[in-house]
Design a protein around this ligand. Sequence first.
Ligand code: UDP
Length: 483
Amino acid sequence: MAQNKEHIVMFPFMAQGHIIPFLALAQLLEKKKGCTITIINTPLNIKKLSSSFPPSSSIRLLEIPFKSSDHGLPPDAENTNALTPHLFFKFFQASLSLKPSFKHLMHNLVLETNGQHGRPACMITDIFFGWTTEIAHELGMRHAVFSIVGAFGMACYYSSCLHLPHLKAKSDETEFTLPDFPEANKCHSSQLSESLRASNGTDPFALYLKKVFTEAMKTNGLIINTVEELDRIGTMYFRKTLNMPVWAVGPLLLPSENGTNRAGKEAKLTPEACKNWLDAKTPNSVLYISFGSQNTLSKSQMMQLAMALEASSKNFIWVVRPPLEYDIDSEFKEDECLPEGFVHRIKAQNKGLIVEQWAPQLEILSHKATSAFMSQCGWNSVMESLIHGVPLIGWPMASEQSFTAKYLVEQVGVCVEVARGRSCEVRHEDIVAKMELVMNETEKGNQMRRKACEAKEILKDAMKDEDGYKGSSIKALEDFLTA
Ligand code: UDP
């Protein structure tokens, strides 16, 4: 597809969970294979990226014009982390306006025959930018979609969008078989994301996704941030059912930075402060809780979680964002969103850290004091947890996350689910029970830790490139470059 040292253009969707693995892929292609890369994104994302990753001679950052207020969005909303979930669809629709400018930029890049970067031969874009396949083919360029989501989660999400009306009819029953996945256990209708569940085949967001996914599958191949040995049902689905080349090149993780910035997001808790706090805790005693860069709980869910944390004997680090009912940019109001006196009591006992908005996740997951991760099962978080052998307590929120959680529970054995969605009712007693099941020396907890350690070895092996040995992901990366 592309040759070593070739110029590749990359275009991630405007969300932290997308930009981070795209950057990691760019760095891998640059370091291992000497490729030159142009990463395209909207002005604010590029500005943030250039402050945390000053462009190197081989990785160039390029702005594409975008003004969120032209689309009825809040000013400077160029990333899903700046938006409350009810505005996500509007943001996706606004992203369609990037098409003419992208086309123009690509035409200019193709004319750029001189200089360090030279004419690009290959375009790697987000699955949400399915419309780029057409532009790549018009320009005679190869195109690859990069799925930042694991193969099983992506395959189920893609397949459920495609089979929407039929699936909806089935999902009215409590349980149903996922089309295309006879080998996976039955699904429950609550595992479908909100737009799919609500849809009778005409929900605008669901139809939008169906269209972009269909366009994206006109690509020349699919690069996935996953590991073949861990995610075979999904990779085989794309290969066999969709007949497309698939390269599993993960886990793509950004190396921990010394500073507080990762992909442009400010960490309120510095890695040093976090390490000092964790150093004082006994091994395997801390629960890390984060729902990723763009999700949050409802106020009542937050209350129940806080009550559970107080009732349990475990330590915790909890990344909080304003609950669903509030503006995402507002200050986090602990007196309104947490039980009275909670923060004071937690501080007095030195039992937990409450971090607003953003924590140094890799530092936390790599620390020996961390025992489990309560997560929305976003794929970056899953990879980051498993590479450190940390089992998960899943609370999937949106999109493909329920399918990912299902896979981690049923096939990999490293997760138990505690709840589903942003609006479900939860009881603090049930949360405590799940925490204790996973974090204590129970049979299930021990088994999950063992499986998480096995997954860690599989993930590490995939990326090995030493003494003539190449792991599956390194081989896949080379295959992609020479295909
Ligand atoms: N992240 C972080 N600190 C936080 C929250 C998130 O560093 O407080 C990073 C996390 O390490 C991961 C990414 O943001 O790399 C979130 O991606 P994921 O796929 O887990 O979820 P999404 O944000 O896309 O829902």
